[in-house]
Write a protein that binds this ligand. Structure first.
Ligand code: MN
Length: 235
């Protein structure tokens, strides 16, 4: 869902403001930036060939205009033959700042959603090997499917609960929010030391083990217990 902005001084129509629906509300959540945490579940770090021990979190970004809404289509992208699903809980901020203390971090959370960090794994792998940035693997068109948001005033701040992804009904990814290496308040605090966080920022919190390839026609059903579901078709 996108919101058009108008001003006669623009030389052409500006891109619409990316926005997410909010469960049980007519309001929209305008998205500012999308941050993603890498390797935030030990089992996934191991499956990708990395040390599962707690090291400083690292981040990359996706483009807000690559959000795909619930029940939408993820078009199989160009330039890749190995596109993977990564099912993640998404944290949505209603305010931000710099150097946010851990104990104040949850005050900035508007709510939560279920997201897919779609990844061109072959291109990401080449970038890793060459020491190059990850954008080609992570920040391509439609790379950020995301469900409607559910407000923290409705569900609180989930710290445990199943995180699952089924492909065509078969369970592929399974984890629990209590397995997050960097918890939500810690990731917000850490990230705010590197970037000035703002209202509208989304944080994809990392994926549990079981990532794997998708193909055209696949039906992806992601769920985060206590948050919701995300249904996406690969087109
Ligand atoms: Mn991810």
């Amino acid at each position: 869902m996108n919101v058009q902005t108008t001003d006669a001084r623009y030389v052409f129509a500006p891109s619409p403001v990316p926005a997410l629906p909010i469960k049980g509300s007519d309001k929209l959540f305008p998205v500012h930036r999308i941050y993603c945490v890498g390797r935030n579940y030990a089992e996934h770090a191991i499956e990708m060939g990395h040390d599962p021990n707690r090291e400083a979190p690292f981040f990359f970004q996706k483009n807000p205009d690559t959000l795909v809404k619930n029940d939408g289509v993820f078009p199989y992208p160009d330039a890749s033959n190995d596109v993977h699903h990564e099912l993640e809980m998404v944290v949505a901020l209603k305010s931000g700042g710099k150097d946010i203390p851990v104990e104040k971090a949850l005050d900035h959370v508007f709510g939560y959603a279920v997201g897919l960090d779609m990844t061109r794994r072959d291109l990401q792998g080449e970038a890793k090997k060459a020491g190059r940035p990850w954008e080609v693997g992570k920040a391509f068109e439609a790379a950020a499917p995301c469900s409607e948001l559910v407000a923290a005033t409705e569900i609180g701040h989930p710290a445990k609960g199943a995180v699952t992804l089924k492909v065509n009904g078969a369970l592929k990814q399974q984890g629990d929010l209590n397995q997050l290496i960097w918890k939500v308040p810690e990731m917000i605090a850490y990230l705010s030391g590197l970037f000035e966080l703002r209202a509208g920022d989304l944080i994809y919190s990392g994926t549990p083990a079981g990532v794997g390839p998708v193909k055209k026609g696949d039906k992806l059903l992601g769920a985060v217990e206590g948050v919701g579901e995300l249904r996406i078709t690969v087109g």
